[in-house]
Design a protein around this ligand. Sequence first.
Ligand code: PGA
Length: 247
Amino acid sequence: MLLIGNWKMNLSPAAASSYAGELRSALMQTKSTDVWVTPSTLALTVVADTLRGSPIQVGAQNSHWENSGAFTGETSLSALQEIGVTFVLAGHSERRVLFNESDALIAQRVKGALAAGMTSVLCVGENEGERVAEATNRVLEKQLSSVLQEVVGVDTKKLVIAYEPVWAIGTGKVATIAEIQAAHQYIQSVVASHGITEPVKVLYGGSVNPDNFGEIGAIPEVDGALVGGASLKLEQWMKLVSIAEES
Ligand code: PGA
């Protein structure tokens, strides 16, 4: 199981470093669970320093595909690698909706990260209107294919996909077990249709908490979770880790 805590634009560098220290002490001995965190950009260096040598991997919430250049406000992959960052998120719905990131731009971010040898966590998911209109598969197919057609010839062993229905993010609403299972199966079928034969992990994200994760984590197609709110509270996060260890 893979659990990724997405800290979003929360925790200052000092607060993130102290929280990372607590996680480090609490999580030295996970058995079957990989625990990763994505602090905000400014906190990456201190968190990577705090977690160096621990099993917890540190990722960035966003990254450019070039190593340097005239890209005001963007973050370089080689700079991220230099400070110990091993993975990056791409296509989170907050980037898509609030910052107008297109499928084409997201494809560049994923391709750049994979080509640099980093893990890329591609987030996909339908919004509420699309779910109601029964357009979920169409949306997933479009979001996935726009990326997968760009990574032909690139090593996709380090590609991870997170299925995050937009209507479930930060809302307390969770997709049903049947909805999650169907979406994960569909995602795997789209991945296979692009000729990717290595197994690709598919995580669920959207209001995951200790009360619902037992059931969600038990779905055979679910390889882990991308967690926002509940990853910021040590007690809840540790509960999620122990549920993951049991499933
Ligand atoms: P949430 O966020 O767990 O707070 O719903 C998930 C995410 O945005 O990745």
